[in-house]
Design a protein around this ligand. Structure first.
Ligand SMILES: Cc1ncc(COP(=O)(O)O)c(C=O)c1O
Length: 373
């Protein structure tokens, strides 16, 4: 039996850049500066440059980056924040952690991101922020959502956890909103050897507030201007990220080629809807997500992938508003029909920069076998 095809490839990545990473880690260990310091500052400057934002501030995780960004743009207990239900739970969780109530607007019928019309209907006088998620590495409709946010004077906090390097309408994920949050969890396109995150912004006051909130409200020792938390990026993680950031453009390009390879091989299959890409966007393919229509076909595709030794993921089996952890913000089934349909239909196929054409053939053959029954 052929080797199993995995959804991520940390071993391959390590084989490629492990020696550079080890040298960087050793440098930090020998420097004995483990929290903040020059590696973090250098990474923040390089990340801001890559994203096209004026500032980047490291955080301990993507979830923390979202919470800090929300608090920094003025989200307070009692306010509402509108977001998408078709996302990783952390998006909604961060809104709760910032003390606000998550309000859910439905997604588009064909893509996986917020539908601007549904978003418009969900905004009211209690709305203190809008959180579009650039899901699977494809930007939400930044022009339409940005225009809505501006018209209603509500800050936009982009959840760019999955979308580092993605563009739409010539703008990069993380450079459009009042603030944006990135995650460097090991499965992400740019990853640490642990947890890590960052906020990007073009507003110096937001950057300063994020920095304060993540460091106990303190700029100088024993002087605390506000009640924050401990959420900084470790120097070790920053050093690793600096190495990998240099390779990211090439890795994102390789993902685009893999995605094109899937789209070519799977074109025209009955009942398998391929990811749709707007003319003005360049996704970074954190996931390659297909929809099985009707959703009854999903089980057959998963079974065929299993039999072919191909790993797959179900991102996401239920909308965030159906998660028990949401407490009072939970909504009944049927609240956002398009998001629920996506939950029933979606399968994420393996994608990483080193996926070869033989592996692509194997995955695509399995999907085709199931689709043509
Ligand atoms: C869309 C989205 N938002 C937020 C997060 C949270 O990031 P982290 O796991 O680094 O806390 C993730 C990470 O999985 C994510 O995919």
């Amino acid at each position: 039996m052929d080797e199993r095809i995995g959804t991520v490839d940390l071993a391959g990545e390590y084989a490629e850049v492990g020696s550079e990473v080890e040298a960087a880690v050793l440098g930090v260990l020998r420097s004995r500066t483990y929290v903040l310091g020059p590696e973090c500052e250098a990474f923040e400057a390089e990340l801001a440059g890559f994203v096209g934002a004026d500032f980047a501030v490291g955080a301990a995780s993507g979830t923390d980056a979202l919470v800090l960004a929300l608090r920094a743009v003025g989200v307070e207990p009692g306010s509402e924040v509108v977001t998408t239900p078709f996302t990783f739970f952390a998006t909604a969780e961060a809104i709760l952690l910032a003390g606000a109530r998550p309000v859910f607007a439905d997604i588009e019928a064909h893509g996986f991101n917020l539908d601007p019309a549904a978003l418009d209907a969900a905004i009211n006088e209690r709305t203190r922020a809008i959180v579009p998620v650039h899901l699977f590495g494809a930007c939400a409709d930044l022009d339409a959502i940005g225009a809505l946010a501006a018209a209603r004077s509500v800050p936009l906090v982009e959840d760019a956890a999955q979308a580092i390097g993605a563009t739409r309408g010539g703008r990069r994920a993380g450079s459009v909103g009042a603030a944006a949050a990135f995650s460097f969890y090991p499965s992400k396109n740019l990853s640490t050897a642990g947890d890590g995150g960052a906020v990007t912004t073009c507003d110096s006051e937001v950057a300063e507030r994020v920095r304060l909130l993540g460091n106990h409200g303190s700029r100088e020792r024993d002087h605390h201007l506000l009640a924050g938390t401990t959420s900084r990026l470790d120097a070790l993680q920053a050093a690793i990220l600096r190495v990998k950031l240099r390779h990211l453009p090439r890795w994102n390009q390789a993902r685009r080629e893999v995605a094109a390879g899937y789209s070519e091989r799977l074109a025209g299959l009955d009942g398998v809807e391929l990811p749709c890409v707007a003319a003005d966007e360049t996704p970074v393919w954190h996931q390659y997500a297909v929809r099985c229509r009707p959703s009854a076909q999903r089980a057959a595709v998963c079974k065929a992938l299993e039999e072919a030794g191909v790993e797959w993921r179900h991102f996401y089996p239920r909308p965030a508003y159906r998660q028990p952890g949401l407490g009072e913000a939970r909504l009944p089934a049927g609240a956002c029909p398009e998001a629920e349909r996506a939950c029933d239909e979606v399968i994420c196929l393996p994608i990483h920069p080193r996926l070869g054409s033989d592996e692509l053939d194997r995955v695509a053959d399995a999907v085709r076998r199931a689709a043509t029954g």
